[in-house]
Write a protein that binds this ligand. Structure first.
Ligand code: SAH
Ligand code: SF4
Length: 431
């Protein structure tokens, strides 16, 4: 989401005749697009700001801005402790950038706008994208779910969706720039709702755009995955058979305390249903360990679900207390040592699952989109299967953005290795 938002900001800056530089010391303006989801993300920004402060001393005219969720959340802190920051803009205020840049050419004080909007979806603004295979497209902003651990509803405000037409127009624009994979983005993509249709209708409309070879989306909420969505995924070959399905925790008591709105059994039933529609679907997840009050037994329930579902991959986090959220007020916080210990045990289990899921593919032929030259060797490509697994194979006559058949010969860690198969037939991912 932040990459996408940065591309929006890039496009606004281009309107002011700015161009992107990779060299910070050359920059006339530096904007940090920030994340507030966990404390660690915030620390990273604080460290960056310290470094930029040094740079700004040598270049006093450089504009320094903090954008996004941290700007929203910590504007008073930043204003007070870092007066050298010139601009603070929340996620609904990026349109003000050209005006600020102009004002700045005169003289001005700090500029702060962190008002959240019920309407801003940047519908008519196309991001400035750079070369690549995948184009991110934000389809909705904000979140109304209020999971008790999460800062997003506070920093990004209420849920609102863009029109189907504007998403389709942006898709056509991305394809015309050479992008062949589209990833639809939102805090809750499947809460997408417009007078012209909901998320399944949007997916169908994007799948019809000529030149779109692959569609992914992230993140859906388990509560809002329904038959209509699974049918659309099953029936369109360019919609990847891949779902990122955040579990968060395995215990019903903790799920309730998190306000996740599903039980362990409902989650497991949903996984079964996904496999009924798409037997080869890849499923990944997000898990938080050490949520306030989580007992050892409740943590073991999380491990149990991970064993049962056998997620292809997981993003695993230690609970991070976010001031302002409900869970931050719970008095039974878990010690750092226990959180660390649980995280390590979970990671060990997930690594085993990922490797065994990958080893299952050895001997199969998978369709792989060529995405880039492999980091290890210029004579090899790296690409992803539609289930989101990375595959490395020797180059033959294919090019970046081609979807080709690769016979899998080995699996190491999270990467599959194989050889290109030259058949006309496109073999869909075998189990
Ligand atoms: N909207 C998505 C998640 C967005 S945040 C969803 O509901 O699934 C991405 C992930 O960060 C979450 O799924 C959660 O696992 C993690 N996360 C959010 N807040 C957190 C916190 N306070 N501490 C640790 N992890 C957190
Ligand atoms: Fe945060 Fe996702 Fe819950 Fe919304 S649904 S509050 S973004 S974790």
């Amino acid at each position: 989401m932040n990459v996408y938002d940065s591309e929006l900001v890039g496009s606004l800056l281009e309107e002011c005749d700015y161009t992107l530089t990779q060299d910070m010391s050359e920059a006339d303006a530096v904007f940090l697009n920030t994340c507030a989801i966990r404390e660690k993300a915030e620390e990273t920004v604080h460290n960056r700001l310290d470094n930029l402060h040094v740079l700004k001393r040598t270049k006093p005219n450089m504009i320094l801005g903090v954008l996004g969720c941290m700007a929203q959340n910590l504007k008073d802190d930043i204003l007070e402790s870092r007066p050298y920051v010139d601009v603070i803009l929340g996620p609904d205020s990026y349109r003000r950038i050209p005006e600020i840049i102009k004002a700045r050419q005169g003289e001005m004080d700090n500029f702060v706008d962190t008002r959240l909007s019920k309407f801003e979806v940047y519908d008519d603004l196309f991001p400035s994208r750079h070369d690549g295979v995948n184009a991110w497209i934000s389809i909705m902003r904000g979140c109304d779910k209020f999971c008790t651990f999460c800062i997003v509803p506070f920093t990004r405000g209420r849920e609102r969706s863009r029109s189907i037409q504007s998403v389709v127009d942006e898709t056509i624009n991305a394809v015309s720039q050479g992008f062949v994979e589209i990833t639809l983005l939102g805090q809750n993509v499947n809460s997408y709702r417009t007078p012209d249709g909901e998320f399944p209708e949007l997916l169908k409309a994007v799948a019809k755009v000529e030149g779109v070879k692959r569609i992914r989306y992230t993140s859906p909420h388990p509560q809002d995955i329904d038959d209509a969505l699974l049918e659309v995924m099953r029936d369109h070959s360019n919609i990847c058979n891949y779902i990122h399905l955040p579990l968060q925790a395995g215990s019903d008591r903790i799920l309730k305390r998190m306000n996740r709105t599903y039980t362990q059994q409902e989650f497991l039933d949903l996984v079964d249903k996904i496999y009924e529609y798409m037997p080869n679907c890849s499923i990944s997840t997000d898990i938080i360990v050490g949520f306030p009050g989580e007992t050892e037994d409740e943590f073991l329930e999380t491990l149990d679900v991970v064993k049962k579902v056998h997620f292809d991959s997981s993003f695993m986090f230690k609970y991070s207390s976010r001031p302002g959220t409900k869970a931050a007020e719970y008095t039974d916080q878990i010690s750092e040592d226990d959180k660390q210990n649980r995280l390590e045990r979970l990671i060990v289990l997930q690594r085993k699952n990922t490797l065994s899921a990958n080893l299952r593919h050895v001997g199969n032929t998978l369709s792989v989109m060529v995405e880039k030259v492999s980091k290890k060797s210029d004579s090899q490509w790296a690409g992803r299967t539609d289930g989101n697994m990375w595959v490395v194979f020797d180059k033959t006559d294919e090019q970046i953005k081609d979807i080709v058949n690769v016979k899998i010969e080995d699996a190491k860690g999270i990467t599959l290795f194989g050889s290109r198969i030259h058949t006309e037939e496109l073999i869909h991912e075998a189990a």
